[in-house]
Design a protein around this ligand. Structure first.
Ligand SMILES: *Cc1c(COP(=O)(O)O)cnc(C)c1O
Length: 391
């Protein structure tokens, strides 16, 4: 039998993040004291009132198919969130609830891109974007940035990258993996260009609520009616409500795109899990008090880790303004990011994600979604490791 794999699937890169994660888990299982900085998810539990709402829905027998794009109650709650927090007026028919924010991104790219299309992605990028673009048979166009510009693309860079084939520009602020946040002015400059050139924007705003140092988030969709019409907003419950395993994300799009995505979803996953959606309604309509204490805790860890990283000889690190990641530069230490992370794991049992996974080989990603004691221990070991590399 010839198990030939489709060109589409064969072109994918396997996830480096998962390889490191698998190795770290194996080492833990073998009884080693591994410190994990690899997590892309909050270390807090889902707030109780959200769990209660889902548990009640389950007990009440809310266990059947729902409309494939989500229950009306949840789509309305999402529309209300956009109005309340972002000043964006969507009809519930423009909102699609999917099986995670990742699925929302995938649906958008599949619905809007095809062979011959170019998708502009600033790097460092969330590692799934380019692979999704390839799955759609379109071409990722990577715009590299460095820590010198806090990992932000300039309007000039974007202008030069736009061609008649450009279909989509992917904006992710606050950013995974860098924690950098575009200011409202920077967002406007990029958004204006996309409007001028007729380029759609996929704005991944899943870290909207995780901000520090008084940083503000501005949705590009909220700048004007024209920006609104050029933007698809991606969001989800994973990060601000710590619901990663629930698999619930959502998007808000111009009507024709929402309609296309509704059709795609109706023939692929159908609805996201029925009772999980009831939990999501509680997440949006219930108390947001958990966020305050989470943010205080993240902020404490961030400040500690940022200072400690910069105290390590050979490492420099810009501070993050959002999300829960730091992205230190390790290029002075003489190893590429894959070697660096592999040796760090082997010698000091510290798991971090090599920057090359995000298109930036001079950096590693440190997640501070882990307890303070872990952070102290892990960074002390990183310090020792870096000293061992110094000539
Ligand atoms: C976590 C994350 C998502 C969505 O994750 P889901 O678990 O699929 O909801 C989307 N974009 C970025 C940049 C993320 O870090």
């Amino acid at each position: 039998m010839n198990y030939s794999i489709s060109r589409r699937a064969a072109a994918l890169s396997p996830s480096l993040t998962l390889a490191i994660d698998a190795k770290a888990k194996q080492m833990k299982a073998d009884g080693l004291d591994v410190v994990g900085f690899g997590a892309g998810e909050p270390d807090f539990d889902t707030p109780q009132h959200i769990k209660d709402a889902a548990a009640k829905a389950l007990a009440d027998g809310f266990t059947k198919y729902t409309p494939s794009s989500g229950i009306p109650e949840l789509r309305q709650a999402i529309a209300d969130k956009f109005k309340r927090e972002n000043g964006l007026i969507y009809k519930p028919s423009q909102i699609i609830v999917s099986c995670g924010g990742k699925h929302s991104c995938y649906n958008i790219i599949i619905a809007t891109c095809q062979e011959g299309d170019e998708v502009i992605i600033p790097s460092p990028y969330w590692l799934s974007y380019p692979e999704m673009v390839k799955l759609a048979s379109a071409t990722p166009v990577i715009l590299p940035t460095t820590d010198k510009t806090e990992f932000k693309v300039t309007p000039d860079q974007l202008r030069k990258a736009i061609t008649p084939r450009t279909r989509l520009f992917i904006l992710n602020s606050p950013s995974n993996p860098t924690g950098s946040v575009y200011s409202p002015d920077e967002i406007k400059a990029l958004g204006d260009l996309c409007v001028e050139k007729g380029v759609l924007i996929m704005s991944d705003e899943i870290y909207e609520h995780l901000l520090y140092d008084g940083t503000v988030h501005k949705s590009v969709a909220s700048l004007s009616q024209a920006h609104f019409e050029h933007t698809i907003v991606v969001h989800g419950f994973a990060k601000a409500w710590s619901m990663t395993g629930w698999r619930l994300g959502f998007l808000a799009a111009p009507e024709p795109i929402a309609k296309a995505i509704d059709a795609i979803q109706s023939h692929s996953t159908s609805n996201p899990t029925s009772f999980a959606q009831k939990g999501a309604v509680a997440a949006l309509t219930g108390s947001q008090d958990h966020l305050k204490s989470w943010l205080a805790e993240y902020d404490k860890r961030r400040t500690f880790a940022w200072k400690k990283l910069n105290s390590i000889s050979g490492i420099t690190c810009v501070n993050s303004k959002g999300a829960f990641y730091l992205f230190p530069n390790i290029s002075k230490l003489g190893l590429n990011s894959t070697e660096f992370c592999a040796k760090l794991l082997e010698k000091e049992q510290v798991a971090a994600v090599p920057g090359v996974a995000f298109g930036a080989d001079e950096y590693i990603r440190i997640s501070y979604a882990t307890g303070m004691a872990n952070i102290e221990k892990g960074l002390d070991r990183l310090d020792r490791f870096c000293k061992s590399l110094a000539p």
